[in-house]
Write a protein of this length. Structure first.
Length: 348
């Protein structure tokens, strides 16, 4: 007769498989709520299936994007306010996809931590599901990696991967010409870029995350965790209405670096900085850091989260469509024959 061994287990090494299974059970309803035409299987398999024909495509081209949330996560971790960073993760991927003219179809996430805290992880992934629902995108899979020794207690990291599709020949940018009108869609704050500088400015100001926010009636940490705006559905409506030649998601690099990415090499843009009001978060950062306007414009979105480059004859109609869809729209400039981005007026 052999004695039963009570040797070391995976849990003794810091990995709790049961906690991982409990997490999957908790997030399954949130993922299921994101189902859309084309989804063929739910969570739990070794891979996820998606039927492009069932999604309505006949001759599709696939478009993929991957991104993270950056050091904005540090604020979420330090404050415990993790419910919205999943929305940021989705937005950073799908807002890029729509700039190619693609409809985001499905999303997968990667969540890594040292020791799995089921409630925290579930809140993050439920946020991812909310972002997917808002973008009409299915959350069809992901990976939760528990890696003891890789992350300090309470820390985690996030990455996302989105796939979209468009019919062949519908890719953007296309047809951008001198005289095209630039329509700016308002941002919901800093979004998910430039947070290493944001955190430095908060340090300079001598403030904590739970301090009263200098420009609103909430805490500084909560205000800076305002999630990235999702532009997918209004942008797709505008594309399908006709007259959209390009879209630029204003992320790292700000207006200065991102708009030229969708313009032909021989063309540029002139932007009237007085055509919108600089949101107070950027005004506070500029004042706190004594930042030059040029630095502000190449680091942050400065209140414009997405730019549509549109045919002049369609500009008014597209403005009306986008406003009806809930966007704040400003005519901020035009495409010119001079490469690069030139500014007139002032942000402040």
């Amino acid at each position: 007769m052999t004695s039963q061994k009570n040797g070391i287990t995976y849990a003794d090494a810091g990995v709790d498989i049961d906690a991982g299974n409990a997490l999957v059970d908790r997030i399954r309803p949130a993922a299921k709520a994101t189902d859309r035409p084309g989804v063929m299987a739910g969570l739990g398999g070794f891979g996820a299936l998606f039927d492009l024909r069932a999604a309505g495509y006949t001759d599709p081209v696939l478009v993929a994007a991957t991104d993270g949330v950056g050091t904005k996560l540090r604020i979420a971790i330090d404050t415990g306010h993790v419910d919205h960073v999943g929305v940021d993760l989705v937005a950073m991927c799908v807002n890029d996809l729509v700039c190619q003219g693609a409809e985001p179809l499905f999303f997968l996430d990667y969540f890594a931590t040292g020791a799995l805290e089921t409630d925290t992880a579930a809140r993050i992934i439920e946020g991812i599901a909310r972002g997917c629902s808002s973008a009409g995108t299915a959350l069809i899979g992901g990976e939760t990696a528990e890696m003891p020794g890789m992350y300090p207690p309470g820390d985690f990291d996030l990455a996302g991967f989105a796939v979209g599709a468009m019919e062949r020949g519908a890719a953007l940018p296309a047809g951008v010409a001198q005289g095209d009108v630039l329509l700016g869609l308002a941002s919901d704050g800093v979004h998910s870029n430039g947070y290493s500088l944001v955190r430095k400015l908060v340090e300079i100001a001598g403030l904590d995350w739970d301090a009263a926010c200098p420009w609103s009636d909430t805490t500084l940490g909560a205000e800076l965790l305002t999630p990235t705006r999702l532009y997918v559905k209004p942008a797709l409506q505008a594309i399908r209405a006709g007259g959209v030649h390009a879209l630029a998601h204003i992320t790292g690099g700000g207006l200065t670096e991102n708009l030229p990415r969708v313009l032909p090499e021989e063309l540029g843009a002139q932007i009237n900085l007085s055509s919108w009001t600089l949101p107070p978060v950027f005004d506070w950062m500029a004042e706190t850091g004594d930042m030059a306007e040029a630095e502000l414009l190449k680091t942050f979105n400065c209140g414009i989260g997405m730019i549509l480059v549109v045919a002049p004859a369609r500009a008014d109609a597209l403005c009306q469509l986008l406003r009806a869809a809930g966007e704040k729209v400003m005519t901020i400039g035009t495409v010119t024959s001079q490469p690069g981005v030139a500014y007139q007026g002032s942000l402040r």
